[in-house]
Ligand binder design. Structure first.
Ligand SMILES: Nc1nc2c(ncn2[C@@H]2O[C@H](COP(=O)(O)OP(=O)(O)O)[C@@H](O)[C@H]2O)c(=O)[nH]1
Ligand SMILES: [Mg+2]
Ligand SMILES: [Zn+2]
Length: 296
């Protein structure tokens, strides 16, 4: 009996093969049908395959992509888990804000993960809990070491493709390893089959969580770059706390910088906008304006 076509998700590309997870959870090692070979097929792409047997198939069609990230190249990411630590290293709010700008600009959802909650919280970690929670960002407290908060993390990832972001040393690899213990057995088989770890060239791989959703094995965002197409006019839109006070700005296109009668600066004085957030905003704004002058 011929096999019915199956919708699937590309978990990994490896030496000419594509590992596709079908709707029912099974994993197929696939080749591309000739007509698909002209397209760039990425980890995270949704595809239609024809199974050849229980574990092999042919990719017939690539579905349209919702988005695409570079470094690593991955398609259809929904969620970015920004990992900061309670301590060691102490969080850097400037990095957090830059990541939030990148993520919001890309149309993705950020979740702030405060890892190492087994350590005493640094002052910066306390600031983050207070300020960013009030802004409405989801914050999940975890300890990869003590395996705390992993269920909340899995709940956030459910049904989504997630990547990690954040400075090194905050525990991203350890968190993933803690979560991978819960992996569906089939993925372990695939990983064993392709000899993961023995090869030097590493491609991005999506790990399916048993509770639903996928997490990529490499950080999805560099903490350094700002998006090339980010304009000074857009920047304020990524600060949710500016929305209301900006209504009081005298100038409609106010950058909340050197302008007079600025509602955001007023809100800063009243303490409704956090100093730290405003200062980070100005630093990024000046950087964006410098870039705009260079390329105009
Ligand atoms: N105390 C504590 N240490 C942790 C925790 N998670 C990771 N670490 C340690 O932090 C260091 C960096 O972790 P790693 O996962 O390599 O961080 P990455 O650079 O973000 O991938 C390692 O020594 C880990 O053992 C945690 O929850 N608590
Ligand atoms: Mg790491
Ligand atoms: Zn203003």
């Amino acid at each position: 009996m011929p096999h019915q076509p199956v919708n699937g998700l590309i978990l990994k590309k490896y030496s000419g093969f594509y590992y596709v997870q079908g709707e029912a959870g099974q994993i197929y090692e696939c080749k591309l049908r000739g007509k698909v070979k002209k397209q760039v097929v990425l980890t995270g792409d949704r595809v239609l395959i024809t199974p050849l047997d229980e574990t092999h198939g042919i990719i017939e069609r690539l579905e349209p992509r919702a988005n695409e990230l570079y470094r690593p190249r991955i398609a259809n990411v929904d969620l970015v888990l920004i990992v900061m630590a309670y301590n060691r290293p102490e969080p850097v709010p400037m990095l957090l804000d830059r990541l939030l700008i990148l993520i919001l600009h890309a149309g993705l959802t950020p979740v702030i993960v405060l890892n190492k909650c087994d350590l005493e919280a640094s002052q910066k970690a306390v600031d983050i809990m207070r300020i960013y929670k009030a802004l409405g960002f989801e914050i999940i407290h975890t300890s990869a070491k003590q395996r705390c908060g992993l269920e909340q993390l899995l709940t956030a990832v459910k049904g989504k493709i997630a990547v990690f972001a954040g400075p090194s040393g905050t525990g991203k690899s350890t968190l993933l390893n803690s979560l991978v213990d819960n992996l569906a057995i089939k993925t372990q088989e695939v990983s064993a089959k392709i000899g993961r770890g023995r090869h030097t060239t590493r491609h991005v791989e999506l790990y399916p969580m048993e509770s639903g959703g996928w997490i990529a094995d490499t950080p999805g965002f560099s903490v350094l770059d700002l998006p090339e197409d980010l304009s000074s006019r857009q920047l304020g839109a990524y600060y949710p706390e500016f929305a209301q006070p900006a209504g009081e700005c005298r100038f409609q296109n106010c950058l909340h910088y050197r302008e007079v009668e600025c509602g955001v600066k007023q809100a800063l004085e009243n303490g409704q906008v956090a100093q730290l957030r405003y200062h980070n905003y100005i630093a990024v704004l000046e950087e964006v304006m410098r870039n705009e002058r260079c390329y105009r």
